[in-house]
Design a protein around this ligand. Structure first.
Ligand SMILES: Nc1nc2c(ncn2[C@@H]2O[C@H](COP(=O)(O)OP(=O)(O)OP(=O)(O)O)[C@@H](O)[C@H]2O)c(=O)[nH]1
Ligand SMILES: [Mg+2]
Length: 455
């Protein structure tokens, strides 16, 4: 990978806007910009300054622009960076980029600016990934988690663990030099203690993935129950919008309907489904199948029933048939507006904890249900500064580290120092994959190709 090329790309979205920002990075960024700019000599200006002037192509003024200068290493990529703010016409933007390429820049690949920032030591790998997450964030919580990771909370924690382990690895390597004398430089009890500590942190991080992933991707929340229970009415009430068709005919909803609802900063993907029963025709049967699929892919199931229609025995059967490991079930009694008195969990012989009674049609207790949905998914309180793993690549590396450390612990009393050193190195390798201390071209390609061009 050579960094002596100067790259160029539009940093703002494609299409017409008030302004467009074209970014150049590389050793020639300033001289290339200067060669098309009339106003000042850009090569003689100081870093972090802005200059008004014209972009000239073939003697003609193409646009009046503002040019910002960032002189290496005081820039995002640690290279010379120039940002040209021009008028946001697609024609002007394209013409300026073409002109800069004619003068010696080349088109940047997806994520190439951030890749350079990583290769030049501006960011570690998990921070670079956080840049992509931040750009993609679509809720307060996902923005906060990405920002936390960008600030390095995640990597610094792992880095200090890795440092301690490196120390042990070197002590054990030292033992290999004195193998005949049977000396132990690395105190085994201390090593055990350290591994115990590391394992504690790692398993917390692994556990945080469920929440981290929920925050990043949104929580799949399926509304299911018998036909006519009021599922579509409930979807509409939660969204405050007439999204799904409601009718008194059972079997109205046939396909699944998905909409995002934000509760306290977390996105929930609400899925309204076809009512579960013995289907009366082939299409309904497909609908019911789809319902079951959606349930199995969801983290949260809102089981809705018509409190006027169902017996305690039927309810029990429904709940039993829908209960699966890994999915939290809320049991919600609907149409309570038709009842003289409120229904309670105990009426049906159910525990009160995950039970709620509402009227979807009259919008009674909908806010309560929203909060219950939130607290079922976000079991631990979010304080905003905790370290959460949101990235599947990190999760896998952590799991592999955990496995490698288990091997170290298991082998500590039985195997020789050379094998122990190898097992520790394995753990170090996986930890390094997260921060980028250990990388391969494939890994980098994989991560940065997911960025947009211009980032
Ligand atoms: N009184 C009363 N009627 C309700 C309530 N919720 C829904 N309904 C009515 O119950 C009927 C069925 O509502 P839907 O929302 O279509 O029920 P569904 O569960 O989506 O039904 P399918 O899609 O056929 O499975 C409609 O006539 C609604 O107006 C409620 O809280 N109170
Ligand atoms: Mg429906």
């Amino acid at each position: 990978m050579t960094n002596n090329e100067t790259i160029v790309a539009l940093a703002t979205p494609n299409g017409t806007g008030a302004i467009g920002i074209i970014r150049l990075s590389g050793p020639e960024a300033i001289t290339i910009a200067d060669s098309v700019f009339k106003g000042k000599d850009l090569t003689r200006q100081t870093s972090h300054t802005i200059h008004l002037g014209n972009i000239i192509d073939d003697g003609l003024v193409l646009d009046e622009v503002l040019v910002s200068l960032f002189i290496a290493p005081r820039s995002y990529t640690k290279e010379n960076v120039v940002e040209i703010s021009c008028h946001g016409s697609a024609y002007i933007i394209e013409s300026i980029i073409k002109l800069l390429i004619k003068k010696g820049a080349r088109s940047a690949k997806a994520g190439e600016f951030t890749l350079r920032a990583f290769l030049n030591g501006q960011l570690d790998l998990s921070q670079a990934e956080a840049v992509a997450d931040l750009i993609a964030s679509n809720s307060k919580a996902s923005q906060q988690v990405a920002l936390q990771q960008l600030r390095g909370g995640f990597s610094s924690q792992l880095q200090s663990l890795r440092d301690q382990l490196v120390q042990f690895a070197s002590l054990i390597e030292l033992e290999l030099d004195f193998a005949e004398e049977d000396i132990e430089f690395a105190n085994r009890d201390q090593l055990k203690k350290l591994i115990g500590e590391i394992n504690g942190v790692i398993s917390n991080l692994i556990r945080s993935f469920e929440l981290g992933n929920a925050i990043k991707q949104g929580v799949n929340t399926v509304i299911a129950g018998r036909p006519n229970a009021g599922k579509s009415t409930l979807l509409n009430a939660l969204l405050n919008e007439e999204r799904a068709i409601v009718s008194h005919l059972p079997g109205t909803t046939r396909d699944t309907i998905e909409e995002v609802l934000n509760i306290n900063g977390i996105n929930f993907r609400l899925i309204d489904t076809a009512g579960i029963r013995e289907a009366t025709d082939a299409i309904e049967q497909i609908g019911v199948q789809r319902t079951m699929e959606k349930i199995s892919q969801s983290a949260l199931l809102v089981y809705l029933f018509d409190a006027n229609e169902i017996t305690a025995e039927e309810l029990k059967q429904d709940i039993e048939s829908l209960q699966k490991p890994g999915i939290t079930m809320l049991i919600v009694a609907n149409k309570t507006d038709l009842l003289n008195s409120a229904v309670q969990a105990s009426d049906f012989g159910l525990p009160t904890s995950d039970f709620l009674s509402i009227s979807a049609k009259e919008k009674l207790h909908i806010e309560e249900l929203k909060q219950k949905i939130y607290s079922s998914a976000i079991k631990d309180q979010l304080t905003g500064d905790e370290t959460l793993v949101t990235n599947i690549r990190h999760l896998e590396a952590l799991q592999k580290t955990e496995e490698a450390l288990k091997k170290v612990l298991k082998g500590m009393d039985t195997i020789t120092s050379d094998f122990l050193a190898m097992d520790i190195k394995q753990a170090l390798h996986y930890l390094g994959e997260i921060t980028g201390a250990v990388t391969t071209d494939d890994l980098l390609e994989n991560i940065f190709s997911k960025f947009c061009i211009g980032k």
